[in-house]
Design a protein around this ligand. Structure first.
Ligand code: NAD
Ligand code: DAU
Length: 356
């Protein structure tokens, strides 16, 4: 079996659903169920004996050591993190704790467990650290996309905490020979993403007739990848990736934020027309994110060359599926928009809008 951390979140949840749809190998899912963890994402496998959910913290050494001893996984896929840049700007403390200390605790527990394994099991074991392209910093318009050789130049508290966790993962391989693989992926989108991130926020605000906040001039660029393609990349690296290696994962899909928002509006105009006219009327340029990275772009040629992975979805097919999913799951959306969600929206966007 495998141990997944953060499996009730957006990418971890998609990963577990895809994993169990494709094979019968059980998954132990360790998740603290923070505001971002959602059991409804896993509702279809709630009674599936192949999925064991453990509510707990990646900083809890005894719990993790006990889980490794009890379940004896062949791999750990470490997704659990605080993941939202804007929240890291308001309150970095939890990002330092979960993303840095949590990764340290996971690596140490894995090291003790792995050291005690015998020949074949020891050779096959993998610690897969899930990371982000944000560790590489920001590109100018004419710089080449990030390769695995780019230095880490993180600019937000979130990115700095992920960069620190990448360094720990690297050091545990070099010093202790723990078989670590790291993937650094670009912006994901798809079903089950919490509506604090750009694409789901745009969809749910548009459907509610609320402003669609675009930071600054809207020209910041991200490289978008459908979440199912990220999950396939993780499976490929888990099976064929070389210990100690980093694999960049991206969609070859650079788009400005304002283009993303306009595309979502056009799809909604087509699939769920509003009586008030095009949803694009709701676009509202607001105060920029402090330290906002201008451009991310990923060179994914290493994983393509070594492991034969390539994205299957184009942005056009992936974004259409995503909008359709949110339209078909109003209950999931309503349930995540709790009191705590509304407090966040008020804190982040309250009074910050400027004229278009
Ligand atoms: P998410 O915020 O949707 O989910 C995070 C999950 O981790 C939640 O289920 C939460 O309950 C859990 N968690 C948080 N703190 C925990 C703790 N202390 N102990 C145990 N569980 C805890 O995040 P996501 O978007 O699914 O991202 C998953 C991983 O992928 C993160 O490591 C993130 O840095 C990375 N990543 C995300 C993206 C993206 O676009 N979303 C892109 C590249 C990499
Ligand atoms: O690049 C990978 C990263 O992508 C992951 O590591 C992070 O976990 C994930 O949250 C994401 O980070 P971003 O900051 O790029 O994603 P977000 O959806 O928050 O923002 C995408 C872009 O849209 C960014 O340039 C900021 C902008 N934005 C975002 C929000 C929430 C807006 O213009 N308005 C908004 O309301």
């Amino acid at each position: 079996m495998i141990l997944v951390t953060g499996g009730a979140g957006f990418i971890g949840g998609n990963f577990i659903l895809d994993w169990l749809a494709g094979c019968n190998e059980p998954v132990i899912d360790l998740d603290a169920l923070t505001y971002a963890g959602n059991l409804e994402t896993l509702a279809d496998i709630a009674d599936d004996p192949r999925h064991v959910l453990v509510q707990g913290d990646v900083c809890d050494r005894d719990l993790i050591a006990g889980l490794l001893e009890k379940y004896r996984p062949r791999a750990i896929v470490h997704f659990a993190a605080e993941s939202h840049v804007d929240r890291s700007i308001h309150g970095p403390g939890e990002f330092i704790r979960t993303n840095i200390e949590g990764t340290f605790v996971m690596l140490e527990a894995a090291r003790a467990y792995w050291n005690a394994l015998g020949g074949v099991e020891k050779a096959a074991f993998r610690f897969h650290h899930i990371s982000t392209d944000e560790v590489y910093g920001s590109l100018t318009a004419d710089e080449a996309p990030f390769t695995e050789e780019n230095p880490h130049r993180p600019n937000s508290p979130y990115a700095a905490s992920k960069a620190a966790s990448d360094h720990l993962a690297r050091a545990w391989f070099h010093t202790y020979e723990l078989p670590v693989v790291v993937t650094n992926c670009s912006n994901n989108y798809g079903p089950y993403q919490f509506p604090e991130k750009l694409i789901p926020l745009t969809i749910v605000n548009a459907l509610a007739g609320q402003p669609l906040p675009v930071y600054g001039d809207g020209k910041n660029v991200r490289d978008w990848l459908y979440v199912g393609d990220h999950c396939r990349a993780i499976r490929a690296v888990l099976e064929g990736g070389r210990p100690g290696e980093i694999y960049n994962v991206g969609g070859h899909c650079e788009k400005t934020n304002v283009d993303i928002v306009r595309t979502v509006c056009a799809l909604l105009d087509d699939m769920w027309p509003s009586e008030g006219g095009s949803y694009a009327r709701l676009i509202s340029f607001v105060t920029d994110r402090p330290g906002h990275d201008r451009r991310y772009a990923i060179d994914a040629s290493k994983i393509e060359r070594e492991l034969g992975w390539k994205p299957e979805e184009t942005f056009e097919t992936g974004i259409r599926k995503t909008v359709q999913w949110y339209l078909a799951h109003p209950k999931w959306v309503a349930n995540v928009q709790s009191g705590a969600y509304r407090e966040w929206i008020d804190r982040q966007y309250g009074g910050a809008e400027t004229a278009q």
